[in-house]
Structure formats: C-alpha cells, structure tokens
Design a binder for this molecule. Structure first.
Ligand SMILES: NC(=O)c1ccc[n+]([C@@H]2O[C@H](COP(=O)([O-])OP(=O)(O)OC[C@H]3O[C@@H](n4cnc5c(N)ncnc54)[C@H](OP(=O)(O)O)[C@@H]3O)[C@@H](O)[C@H]2O)c1
Length: 386
C-alpha cells in the first residue's frame, strides 16, 4: 500500500452542491484527498520508484472543479492525479535496460503516443487506468521515464518544477518558431519579438526564446515573477496595470505599451496558455505574420476573433498539447542551461499538496509550487537540496 492523492466524482458532486455549481467558488482542497492505493506488480518493462518531489500542475484544478470535463466521473468515479515527479528507482522489471535501482528519474505525461509521437491522452488524466504520481511510490512503464540530469546546475526543487512544464514549453516553442519561419525566413527577420502571459510554462517558453537570441516579454501580474525573469534579460509587462484586460481602455493601454516596446512592430510570437481576456490581448499584440500558440485554456476554452482581420495580418493560431517522447528527451537536455525555473518560496509538505494547488489557482505564488514527498532523501541528491 502507498499513500496517494485522489479525486472522486462524489467529492466533486458534494463540493459543487455546496457552492450551487459555481465553479469559481469551489474549494479545491475539499476535493483532493489522501487515499491509499495498492500498486500493480512490476511487469517486465516496468519501473517502481519512490517519489522524492512533485510540482503542482493546473490539470488538477481542471480535474477537481470539472470545469472542462468531469474526468473523475468519466474515469469511473475516481482518479489518482499527478503527472510531474522526480523519483528514485527502487525496482526494475526483467527487460528494463535504461534504468537501474538507485537511478534518479523524472516522469513525463505523454500517456499514449500517436503514430507521430504526440499524446492521444495524458497520463493520470484521461489515459484509462493510469495512476498518477502524487503518491509516495509509483509503478510506470520504462518509456515514461527520463534520467534526471543531476549535474545540470539546478537544485532538486528546480528539477522537480520541470518534468511537465519544460516539454510543454519546448514543444510550443519549436512549433511557433517553425510556423513563423515558413512565413518569414531568417534572412528577412533574424530577431523575433516574443510575448507570453504569466505562468510557469510561459516563463520557460521565454527562456528558450531569449536563449535563441530573440527579444522576450513576460506579461504577468506577479512582481516577483517578473523580477526573476528580468534577471535573465526578459522584459516584464505588468498585466495588473491593465487590470488583466478587463475593459477596452485597458486593452488599448496594453497595445500602446507593446507598440512602444517593439518599435511599432508588435509580437511575432505570442504564447497564450490562459485564453479568456489574454486571447484578445495576444491577438492585438501580434505583429504581421504573427503566430499565436497555446497548450492551455485556464481562463476559457472558447475564443472568437475577426477572421478577416487575422487574414489581412496573416496571423496563425496553433493549438498544441504535449511533446513526443523524443521531444521530451530534448527538453530535458535543456534543464539548467536554458530552463532555470522560478520556485515558490515555500516547499510544501506532502500533506499540504491540496493547499499548494489552491494557492496556485489563486495566482499568489512567487514561482512554481513544489511538494516534497520523501523525507529521507537518497545520498545522490542530498547536495541538491538548498
Ligand atoms: N497541454 C499541456 O501539456 C500543458 C502543460 C502545462 C500547463 N498547461 C496549461 O497551461 C496553463 C498554465 O499552466 P502553468 O503551469 O504555466 O500555470 P502556472 O504556473 O500555475 O501559472 C498560471 C498563471 O496564470 C496567471 N493567472 C492566473 N489567474 C489569472 C487571471 N485571472 N487572469 C490572468 N492571469 C491569470 C498567473 O500569472 P500572473 O499572476 O503572473 O499573471 C499564474 O501564474 C494551465 O491552463 C495549464 O493547464 C498545459
């Protein structure tokens, strides 16, 4: 038996009844609870690991509020969430060659690659029978793990921030860059203007853009997170100065700042994981030939835009989901050299994971939220704990 967090359809129904179905009033901490779980046997291609640390991820808020789909209900009434973890291998199946006992590994959440490697489903979310990693111990297929780059210069909490967010950012970047390059070759435009709206994935996206020599702009409501990125040469735009785009005047003010910052050109690439009012702001900020890329819908799943206007400006919208296993390996290779995540100042205890998710949802954290799961850490990572 291992302790693991679970979300049940019953808990969602009870909480939704309590708040008269007002999704915004749901207390996520009432829905995510500690449970006990019997792990499956370790098969020939399986790996068992002891979880050291995890990061809180937004798909938990979607699962706990059932704002997109009621995934717990669709999965038979209960899910075990969690698809971003660092762990220590404790057992390997007879046919596993890539990992051995004692290795430190990171997980990825591509639940079932299609013929090109893209996920048909996400692990611990809509992949049937998938058991997530907000648990003290886990059993997974060897193809779901990557060796943790312990010498990359990041500490353990920073490494734990990246397994889900870095591949997402990497994938969005290579898609957006590729699409823009179909339209404007390097010899016509070598330095792009790249904008992203607040959040951990966006921060990583901008670090990659900056690393590749482009101008990067971070539009966020958090002064701490903007300051952290400014240290890496990424220019901050205060989203709250424009009231998170509540009115037309706010939007116009934001448009003026974008024009000023880019010498009138606008943004060649916009990363918008939030949608809602950020979508309109991102479309307005776009330069001619711009690319708007997304893998999220935190503030809304529906968008509307003026197709004639987008055609005249030759704007491309691209919807992505998550990386291929090969892309995940490539993204992991950029830990520390490109990806230097900002971490929330509190490292949460395992039992406090629901609070970490609530505070993430309230956008009050100063960086990516990390939960320490193991108390006794293996010798190989002790020097990586700040
Ligand atoms: N498809 C995938 O594989 C994948 C992977 C990871 C994430 N995602 C999705 O991407 C989205 C962002 O994820 P993340 O991990 O980057 O999130 P995160 O680190 O938790 O950041 C979310 C950010 O949203 C901003 N925000 C919150 N409420 C807002 C509001 N009312 N108006 C405007 N901005 C608000 C906040 O930024 P500021 O306060 O700094 O402005 C906050 O930092 C989520 O929807 C998530 O599900 C998708």
């Amino acid at each position: 038996m291992t302790r693991a967090f679970a979300i049940t359809a019953d808990a969602i129904a009870t909480e939704r009844a309590r708040v008269n179905d007002d999704v915004h009033a749901i207390n996520i901490a009432n829905v995510i609870s500690l449970d006990e779980l019997t792990l499956p046997d370790v098969g020939p291609r399986d790996v068992k690991f002891r979880t050291l640390a995890v990061s809180a991820e937004h798909n938990l808020t979607h699962a706990a509020t059932a704002d997109t789909v009621n995934i717990a209900d669709l999965r038979g009434g209960k899910i075990y969430p969690g698809n971003s973890a660092v762990g220590e291998v404790t057992e390997v199946g007879g046919e596993v060659t890539k990992f051995k006992v004692g290795d430190i590994v990171v997980t990825h959440c591509n639940g079932e690659p299609d013929e090109y490697g893209y996920p048909l489903r996400i692990w611990a979310y809509d992949q049937p029978d998938s058991i997530g990693w907000y648990a003290e111990e886990c059993v997974v297929g060897d193809w779901q793990l990557v060796q943790a780059p312990l010498n990359c210069g990041l500490n353990l909490w920073e490494i734990a921030a990246l397994p889900l967010r870095a591949p997402t950012a990497y994938h969005m970047w290579r898609r957006a860059e590729g699409i823009l390059r179909v339209k404007i070759p390097d010899e016509k435009l070598s330095t792009m203007n790249v904008l992203a709206f607040g959040g951990g994935v966006s921060e990583l996206f901008l670090m990659l853009a900056k690393h590749r020599g482009h101008n990067a702009f971070f539009c966020s409501g958090s002064p701490e997170r903007r300051a952290a990125l400014e240290k890496q040469g990424i220019i901050g735009i205060d989203q709250k100065a424009y009231n998170r785009f509540a009115t037309r005047d706010d939007m116009k003010g934001f448009g003026r700042e974008v024009k000023k910052l880019t010498g009138g050109t606008g943004m060649h690439v916009v990363c918008d994981l939030l949608r809602g009012p950020c979508f309109d702001a991102g479309i307005m900020a776009a330069a001619r030939m711009g690319v708007n890329v997304s893998a999220g819908w935190q503030l809304g799943t529906h968008v509307t835009y003026n197709s004639a206007g987008a055609s005249a400006k030759q704007i491309t919208l691209d919807h992505t989901h998550y990386e291929t296993p090969t892309g995940i390996e490539a993204a992991t290779g950029l830990y520390g050299s490109v990806f230097k995540p900002t971490i929330h100042h509190e490292i949460y205890a395992f039992e406090d994971l629901p609070r970490a998710v609530v505070e993430m949802d309230q956008a009050v954290q100063t960086g990516i939220p990390i939960v320490r799961v193991a108390q006794d850490m293996p010798a190989s990572v002790k020097s990586l704990i700040p």
